[in-house]
Ligand binder design. Structure first.
Ligand SMILES: *[C@@H]1O[C@H](CO)[C@@H](O)[C@H](O)[C@H]1NC(C)=O
Ligand SMILES: *[C@@H]1O[C@H](CO)[C@@H](O)[C@H](O)[C@H]1NC(C)=O
Ligand SMILES: *[C@@H]1O[C@H](CO)[C@@H](O)[C@H](O)[C@H]1NC(C)=O
Ligand SMILES: *[C@@H]1O[C@H](CO)[C@@H](O)[C@H](O)[C@H]1NC(C)=O
Ligand SMILES: CC(=O)N[C@H]1CO[C@H](CO)[C@@H](O)[C@@H]1O
Length: 366
């Protein structure tokens, strides 16, 4: 409950000072603050404010035949499972690669698990056997995570998404408790190290500390903020929050289930309403175009595809985060994927569906 209240007051502050409507409405006229001269921009790659992304966290992209679909320009993949050659081929095919890994939990099936000390490990995550919270204040934890970042850089990742850093919002078993300031401090170190390796850094969720870490991250990843009306929390990213800063990309995932009765070709397919049916249990009665317009927030006054919703980049996926993707313009494709040798089932990548339950817990639900 406290968390929900602080979230509400955070959003309230943003709304007041940036003249963003309360109630999480889209901006028909986005606030543009003064932007820095882009010639001073970082040497490492950062995603453009408006860009498309595809997430593949179940399976890995299959680029063996020398193509990849869609050419969204940016992919997020699992850092451990995706081989160097795949990442390099994706780069050659013009796709930037964001590498996903956990930076604040220890998963007992990872090769580097034994490098964590007993004192680094907190409670097991309730829904995920074999995964334990990490005490991000410990030097040893940062040492192991630095090695993960070295691995990401050696594989050619253009960016990283260090996940689960919001340890403070979970029952984690550490005493004294991990507080948001610990995450801010930790992200500051993680980010400096990653950028030193020529990779940019993205943050998922962590809405309570987005203001404090603005300078430490290069983009944000949100899930279901349209569905839950929480996108205003990202207003500081899509609009430059103060002179001397530039806006940062926000990637936003909304979920559907779908059935398709046609053949998916390697070239992808366009949404054909007669063959294709999407639905979302939380929006009964809405399918296909109506559902897409809802999830992309295209029905609000003043909203266009160019400026859908605080200029966030929404993609529609299934909870499995597999090859399927639909963009807000209605085009839908399935990236050809292949499974990985181990850890694919059970408690590994499927957990990365960023479950609704976790989101609810974060927002103060039960
Ligand atoms: C860092 O990344 C940028 C953008 O991808 C690239 O142009 C540059 O050559 C890289 N620098 C080094 C030192 O690898
Ligand atoms: C976020 O936006 C609010 C409102 O404009 C501002 O007060 C705050 O300083 C911003 N945060 C950062 C880190 O710039
Ligand atoms: C998809 O279907 C599954 C199984 O019925 C359900 O649990 C899940 O919530 C559905 N997802 C969406 C986004 O509707
Ligand atoms: C996603 O996570 C939820 C919550 O734990 C789970 O019920 C669901 O089955 C998962 N979906 C997939 C596709 O793994
Ligand atoms: C600030 C804000 O809009 N918070 C909302 C986030 O989503 C939850 C779930 O729908 C709402 O209860 C909050 O009000």
């Amino acid at each position: 409950m406290t968390r929900l209240l602080s979230l509400l007051s955070l959003v309230g502050t943003i709304a007041l000072s940036n003249a963003i409507p309360t109630g999480d409405l889209p901006l028909s006229e986005p606030v543009e603050a003064e932007r820095i001269d882009t010639s001073q921009a970082a040497s490492y790659w950062t995603p453009p404010l408006k860009s498309n992304i595809q997430f593949i966290l179940t399976g890995i992209p299959d680029v063996d035949e020398g193509y990849i679909r869609p050419t969204s320009g940016i992919y997020e993949v699992d850092m451990f499972y995706t081989p160097t050659e795949t990442i390099q081929t994706m780069n050659q095919l013009g796709q930037k690669v964001i590498c996903y890994f956990s930076a604040a939990t220890a998963e007992n099936w990872r090769d580097d698990y034994s490098q964590f000390n007993q004192a680094d490990l907190g409670l097991e995550l309730p829904d995920w056997p074999g995964e334990f919270y990490l005490d991000i204040r410990n030097d040893n934890v940062f040492k192991v995570i630095k090695a993960r970042m070295d691995l990401a850089a050696s594989k050619g990742c253009n960016a990283i998404e260090p996940d689960n850093v919001d340890v403070y919002s979970n029952v984690n078993g550490f005493s004294p408790a991990i507080v948001p300031a610990d995450t801010i401090k930790y992200l500051h170190k993680v980010s400096a190290y990653a950028r030193g390796l020529n990779m940019s850094v993205g943050i998922k969720n962590c809405v309570e500390i987005l203001g404090d870490i603005f300078d430490d991250v290069d983009f944000a990843i949100s899930e279901q903020c349209v569905q839950y009306h929480n996108c205003t929390a990202y207003a500081n990213f899509t609009t430059a929050p103060r002179p001397g800063t530039i806006g940062k990309a926000v990637f936003e995932v909304e979920y559907v289930n779908y059935t398709y009765s046609g053949e998916w070709s390697d070239q992808g397919v366009a949404l054909t309403p007669s063959l294709f049916r999407t639905n979302n249990v939380d929006f009964p009665g809405l399918t296909n175009e109506k559902l897409r317009r809802k999830l992309c927030n295209l029905d609000e006054a003043g909203v266009t595809l160019d400026n859908p919703y605080l200029k966030i980049n929404t993609v529609i996926k299934t909870l499995a985060l597999d090859g399927f993707v639909m963009f807000c313009d209605g085009s839908a494709e399935i990236t050809k994927t292949k499974s990985v040798d181990r850890g694919q089932s059970g408690n590994s990548m499927m957990r990365r569906n960023w479950s609704r339950e976790k989101m609810w817990r974060k927002m103060g639900g039960t």
